[in-house]
Design a protein around this ligand. Sequence first.
Ligand code: HEM
Length: 412
Amino acid sequence: MIAVTDNSIGYDPFSAEVMANPLPFYAQLRREAPVLFLEKYDSFVFSRFQDIVDVMTTPGNAFVASESTLPTVDTLLRHNHGVVPEVPMDPIPPGPLLGSPHFEVLRTAHMRPFRPTQVRTMASFIQRLCDQRLDALLPGRQFDLTQDYGGFVAAGTICHMFGMPANQAAEVLQLVNDLSRTDKEGGANDVPTIIGTCVAMMIESITRRREAGADGANPLIDGLIGLQYYGRPLSDVEVATQLVCAFIGGTETVPKIAAHGLMELARHPQQLAEVRADLAGNVPLAVEEMIRFCAPAQWFARTAHRDLTVAGVDVRKGQRVIALFGSAARDEAEFGEADRFIWNRSIDRVLSFGAGPHYCIGIHLARLELKILVETFLRRVGSFSFDMDKAIRLPSSFQWGWNSLPVFAEGA
Ligand code: HEM
């Protein structure tokens, strides 16, 4: 395959116009320019499902997110000319910036709470959060399904995992929202300052765990405190740095998927009736389609650490690859009628949680939260409809999801 160099389609991940609705751009890219070379960013953009699998699973540290999984426009505008910038190792950077085996050492140190058996133990806690939220929200009949319901449940779960007081959930939610919030032109907030505030909050938890002896009672934090990474322990800031992704990823994505997924069911009354016919049996299947159809993360990047050929195109050391996960989810070659929401669609594989070494550490927790959020809502709410005139889906450089979905809900 030859990469297309003429960007007459006008795709640019940082364009507010594109990110106001990237789907038509993706469809055209998949058809006419499945690998697009963006000269100004020295980057290859992949839009087809199978090509993205090939890119993300290329072995041997060929592609590493050493310039960040989500590089800024300024980073991409600087070309590497065959020399990959080294990642400074002191202080220890976030694991996802590193290749094997460094990345796996850091990931494994806080992997335990994300394993299926550990995640299952959180079911009753999450169920309680969902019920408490609906107890508070349903009497008012009208609320923001993304923020007031899923947002609080996801942020409450993160507080629980981080050993933070439950009443910090609102603050966590606000911070994470500020992080991805953009104005209508796509302008971002002050990301470094917001991340700094997240790190400061996490450091309070890390300090408490050190004082308590970091005996493993909080496996998320204690595993990293106990890690001897190449002969020395991690500082508090270094521990927090490893956890930023879970703090943000764990708060941000699930609420948008749950709210959008329920909105799709409301738009398709026949499908809603079918799901309602057996909630326990059908919701897990419907959740898989929600994850495919509604996942908000649009793209992730890697930098080539050697010359290679992937998905039929030659990539030189120092160039970047941008994988359009948002496009892969709508690839007709993988999903057939991909632009339709079909609750019981048969799905062999998804890319919504990524692929390769960086695939989402929170995959089991995300599925559990979504299942409980959706099932509890459908069990406790008799009828519901959305005020789409007031719904908000802001352009952002990499997230495209319903930031706010006002719902009218009548208790069952
Ligand atoms: C349905 C909800 C979720 C979706 C769709 C999702 C999606 C993703 C994707 C696509 C990646 C890969 C990024 C890349 O390749 O660079 C990722 C990574 C990650 N996710 Fe999620 N995520 C979700 C929920 C969560 C939750 C609940 C948590 C934690 C509480 C979480 C924590 C992480 C972390 C820590 C990583 C980085 C993994 C690593 O590099 O080791 N995510 N997620």
